[in-house]
Design a protein around this ligand. Structure first.
Ligand code: RNT
Ligand code: ZN
Length: 423
C-alpha cells in the first residue's frame, strides 16, 4: 500500500474513534498549527556563540558535553543547520537567540556595547522565513562571570557591567519585536550562586533585586517586548545556593508584572512543573516555558515524549493556557547529531501537545465532577493508547514535512555532505 493511502486511511479511522469520545480532531489540528515553539539556537553549537570569531572575545561554552562532529562554527553554518531542522518540523515556529550569537564583522564588541546592528542579520533571516525571534542576555562564558556572580556580584563595577548588558539586550529585543511584528520574549537567566554553604544568603539576593530593577526600569511596548526571568534550584558549581531561586523570581515576576520562566530541568526531580501552572497562572499574566529534560544532576537533555512532557502539554490545554504560555526549548546535547537533536525535541513537544489536544477532556471532567474516580482512572489509562500517532502522521503529511523517521534520512544526507566536512 502506498504511504499516502495508508496515512489517510489510518487518519480516517482515528478520526472516527476520537469522534466517539466527542473529540474534535479538526479543532485539535487547528490549535496545534497555531502553536509556535521557540527553538533554541544554542543546540547547534554547544552554547558557544560567536564572540570568539566575530567579536574577538575569549569564548567558551557552558555545560555541553559530548564531541559529536559537526558543530556549527559560524553564523552561516548555524543558519544552514537551522534551516534544515525547520524544514523537518511541521508548523511555523520561532528562533530563540542568545546575545552571544552576534555578528560584528570582526570588530571587538563587549556585551555592554551590543546593539541591534549586531543582530540585524538574524532579523533579516527571520523575516525572510516569517519567524519571530526571542532573545536572552548572555551572563556566562565571560571573564566578568568567571567567579560565578554577575548581577548579584559584591563589586558594583561588575554588577554595572551586567546591568548595562541587560539594558542593551532589552533595547535589542524590543527592536527585534518591532521589526518582526511579534513580541520578542527576552529571558534573563544568571548563574549566580555558591558551590558551598554561604553565610550571607540575603546580601546577594538584595543586590540582585536592585540590579534587576535597574535592568527593567525602562518601559517598552508589550507588543514589542515581553520580559521574563528564570529561576533555578541548583547548577554545576552552585549546588548549595542559587541567588535567583524560584521563590525569589516568582515574587519578582508577580510584583514587577513580568513573565516567569519555568524550566522543566530546574526543580527537584520529584517536583512537577505541570502542577505549578494552575497556581502561578493566578498571579501571572503570561509565562515562558523552557522545556528540557533533567537527568540526575543535568538539566538539559533532549526532550523525549515522556509522561512529564505529556503532563505539561495536558496542563497547557486543560487550563486553556496556550495563549498565555510561550513554549521554548532549552537543552543541548553534543553527543549526537545536533540537527537531529533539534528535530527530535521539537517534534516531541508538538506530539505531546497534539496528544493533549486529542484527549476526551469533556468526558474526563464529567467523570471527575460526578465523583466517579474509578471511571476517571479507567478512561485516563485508555486514553494513552488512542491513535494520536495516526493524526500526527496526517498532520506531518498535510504540512509537507517528512513522515515517521523519514526526516532522519535527510539529516544523514546533510551530515554526509555538510556536517562531516567541519572539523
Ligand atoms: C541555564 C538556563 C538557561 C540556559 C540558556 C542557555 O540553567 O536553563 O536558560 O540553559 O540560557
Ligand atoms: Zn532554561
Amino acid at each position: 500500500m502506498n504511504v499516502e493511502k495508508r496515512v489517510s486511511d489510518a487518519y480516517g479511522l482515528a478520526k472516527e474513534q476520537f469522534a466517539e469520545l466527542d473529540v474534535d480532531v479538526d479543532a485539535a489540528i487547528e490549535s496545534l498549527s497555531r502553536i509556535a515553539v521557540s527553538i533554541h539556537c544554542w543546540q547547534g553549537d554547544d552554547v558557544r556563540g560567536f564572540e570568539e570569531q566575530e567579536a574577538g572575545l575569549s569564548g567558551g561554552g557552558i555545560q555541553a558535553t559530548g564531541n559529536y562532529p559537526g558543530r556549527a562554527r559560524t553564523v552561516d553554518e548555524l543558519r544552514g543547520d537551522l534551516d534544515l531542522a525547520l524544514s523537518l518540523i511541521p508548523g511555523r515556529h520561532r528562533l530563540n537567540l542568545h546575545a552571544s550569537y552576534l555578528e560584528t564583522g570582526g570588530r571587538r564588541v563587549d556585551r555592554n556595547e551590543i546593539g541591534i546592528e549586531h543582530y540585524q542579520g538574524w532579523v533579516e533571516w527571520a523575516q525572510e522565513r516569517g519567524l519571530g525571534i526571542d532573545f536572552n542576555p548572555t551572563c556566562f562564558s565571560h571573564p566578568l562571570a568567571d567567579d560565578g556572580f554577575t548581577l548579584s556580584h559584591p563589586d558594583s563595577g561588575v554588577r554595572d557591567f551586567w546591568i548595562e548588558h541587560g539594558i542593551a539586550c532589552r533595547r535589542i529585543s524590543a527592536e527585534m519585536g518591532r521589526q518582526l511584528g511579534t513580541p520578542c520574549v527576552m529571558n534573563l537567566w544568571i548563574p549566580d550562586g555558591y558551590k558551598d554553604t554561604p553565610v550571607d544568603r540575603k546580601g546577594p539576593r538584595e543586590r540582585l533585586l536592585h540590579s534587576l530593577d535597574s535592568v527593567f526600569a525602562e518601559e517598552y511596548d508589550r507588543a514589542h517586548l515581553l520580559d521574563s526571568v528564570e529561576p533555578k534550584l541548583f547548577g554545576i558549581g552552585s549546588e548549595s545556593y542559587v541567588v535567583g531561586s524560584y521563590d525569589f523570581y516568582f515574587g519578582y515576576a508577580v510584583t514587577r508584572k513580568l513573565l516567569l520562566c519555568l524550566d522543566t530541568g530546574h526543580f527537584h526531580p520529584t517536583e512537577e512543573v505541570p502542577d505549578k501552572l494552575s497556581s502561578v497562572m493566578n498571579y501571572l499574566d503570561q509565562i515562558l516555558l523552557h522545556v528540557s529534560r533533567g537527568v540526575r544532576w543535568d538539566s538539559d537533555h533532549v526532550v523525549t515524549l515522556s509522561d512529564g512532557l505529556i503532563a505539561l502539554a495536558e496542563e497547557l490545554v486543560r487550563g486553556d493556557y496556550l495563549e498565555r504560555a510561550h513554549i521554548g526549548l532549552d537543552y543541548f546535547d553534543a553527543s549526537i547529531n545536533r540537527v537531529a537533536a533539534w528535530v527530535i525535541g521539537t517534534r516531541n513537544m508538538l506530539k505531546a501537545l497534539l496528544t493533549a489536544l486529542l484527549q476526551p477532556v469533556g468526558r474526563l471532567r464529567d467523570l471527575e465532577a460526578g465523583g466517579d474516580l474509578t471511571g476517571r482512572l479507567a478512561m485516563l489509562e485508555e486514553t494513552k493508547t488512542l491513535p494520536a500517532g495516526a493524526v500526527w502522521d496526517h498532520y506531518c503529511m498535510s504540512m509537507e514535512t517528512p513522515l515517521g523517521q523519514a526526516w532522519l534520512e535527510e539529516v544523514r544526507d546533510y551530515e554526509r555532505e555538510v556536517l562531516s566536512k567541519r572539523d
